[in-house]
Design a protein around this ligand. Structure first.
Ligand code: FCB
Length: 476
């Protein structure tokens, strides 16, 4: 790796930045626990029009005046398409054993139907090989929100035929990459796609209809089920699952109205997805609330959705507080928040995991995203992001508490490896362990990266036969 991409090890080495904290924390986890970092295609790849990639709904959405806070797009992003070797070297330097990333559907099938794009597949093919060469396990996601625009023009996720296109795409990826992937997840956060994209209209494709949103939510879950069937029919060896955004919902007060609203929001965000995937039904109270807005569900759909799952990925950032009079999510004054305005609430992770274990017949879980945006500043080659270290330390501690209480969690992925395109917030919000100077594309490890490196290093040191060198960490 390029020496200037790194912070100066003499000034703030693992020991000075982290003490033994990260190492001690790693010791609370099983030896084979997976420590990783996560990204998604549209947020980092750039090269939006290269090598035959088709437009996605996010390319289109970003062109709408006012859609993205800073007027930006994923056109260049972190230029990862051209810098993947360098970015894999960064991961190896961090000592992570796993990388969660998504495939851009319009890169491998530009129109979402019809011809496959070999150059697009070549990019992921090389990525997989390079990761495996460095001992980093690839955790694939098929859909992290970048639907081919051509499919949107035919109705997108509102059109039931998109379910079949998705299954074709899943089967082709499984055929090519199934033997090299550590896992394949169908969707990332279907709630966000359905609700923020089709009801709130603040994410692509920017529609505003509850009825459409709930139909989309159903089609996304259905496409998950059909895709799992299609991948298994291929004989896909990789564990298959889905990633959900999940947060405990707390009532703003104990008033009956607030408690009722919190229960409904719990139904809309947690039970809608978990009940469908694990019990093959939608919650009655939510269906009653939706009334005319409830989705059309064809005979057999719910059994299709309830496929055996090898894992569920949980993305956890904060809790939600809901009340009858207020919109979902108000954060009380004086509470600690990140640069997203999201409350820092680590205990919610333990609470959520214990609740899911109590209520559902769960497969193994992974925390597929957790992390925080802060206003990072690069000063003299260093980013002192103590607030992010504190966020990560407290959440990983909360996760260890859940493991101690018997929840089967197999891995944890920091969102994100790199600062990147944060959807409607553009480049204003920095979630990375690695700082990206977008003008030069220069990467710099933040202090939090060194902290996580120490944790990963501690985890590896506890593995039989491991050494610091094996972890790829060599602070000369
Ligand atoms: C999640 C998304 C991810 C990123 C983080 C901050 O909802 O899955 O792409 O934007 O939030």
């Amino acid at each position: 790796m390029n020496a200037d991409m790194r912070t100066n090890p003499d000034e703030h080495s693992i020991a000075t930045v982290c003490g033994a904290g990260g190492v001690t924390l790693a010791a609370r986890f099983p030896r084979d626990f997976v420590w990783g970092v996560a990204t998604s295609a549209y947020q980092i790849e750039g090269a939006a029009h290269e090598d035959g990639r088709g437009d996605s709904i996010w390319d289109e959405f970003c062109r709408r005046p006012g859609a993205i806070r800073d007027g930006s797009s994923g056109e260049c992003a972190c230029d990862h398409y051209h810098r993947s070797a360098e970015d894999i070297a960064l991961m190896a330097d961090l000592g992570v054993t796993a990388y969660r990333f998504s495939i851009a559907w319009p890169r491998v099938r530009p129109l979402g139907a019809g011809d496959w794009n070999e150059k697009g597949f070549d990019f992921y093919d090389r990525l997989l090989d390079r990761l495996l060469e460095r001992g980093i396990a690839p955790y694939l996601t098929l859909y992290h929100w970048d639907l081919p625009q051509a499919l949107q023009e035919g109705g997108g996720w509102l059109n039931r035929s998109t379910v079949d296109r998705f299954a074709e795409y899943a089967a082709e990826v499984a055929r090519r990459f199934g033997s090299r992937a550590a896992s394949i997840a169908t969707h990332n956060e279907p709630w966000v796609v359905a609700i923020l994209g089709h009801e709130a209209g603040i994410f692509a494709p920017g529609l505003r209809s509850r009825k459409s949103a709930m139909q989309v939510a159903h089609h996304l879950l259905l496409s998950h089920g059909v895709a799992l069937q299609a991948m298994r029919a291929q004989g896909c060896a990789a564990p298959l699952g889905i990633t959900l955004n999940q947060a405990p919902i707390h009532a703003a007060t104990q008033s009956p109205a607030d408690l009722a609203r919190a229960r409904l929001d719990d139904g809309l965000t947690i039970r809608w997805y978990m009940d469908a995937l694990l019990r093959g039904r939608y919650p009655e109270d939510v269906l009653a609330f939706l009334g005319e807005d409830a989705p059309e569900v064809a005979h057999g759909d719910m059994e299709t959705i309830r496929q055996p799952l090898d894992f569920i990925g949980i993305n956890y950032y904060t809790r939600n507080v809901s009340g009858s009079g207020a919109p979902l999510d108000p954060v009380a004054p004086g509470r600690e928040v990140t640069d997203m305005g999201w409350e820092v609430f680590p205990a919610g992770l333990t609470e959520l995991l214990l609740r899911l274990k109590a209520d559902y017949p769960l497969p193994p879980l992974y925390i597929t995203e957790n992390g925080a945006a802060y206003r990072d500043c690069l000063v003299d080659g260093r980013v002192e992001d103590d607030d992010r270290i504190s966020y990560l330390r407290r959440h990983i501690t909360a996760l260890a508490d859940a493991l101690d209480a018997g929840v089967d969690v197999r891995g944890y992925f920091v969102w994100s490896l790199l600062d990147n395109f944060e959807w409607a917030d553009g480049y204003a919000k920095r979630f990375g362990l690695v700082y990206v100077d977008y003008a030069t594309q220069r990467r710099t490890l933040k202090d939090s990266a060194l902290w996580y490196q120490a944790l990963c290093c501690g985890a590896r040191a506890s593995m039989p036969g491991a050494s610091r060198v094996a972890a790829g960490v060599h602070h000369e």
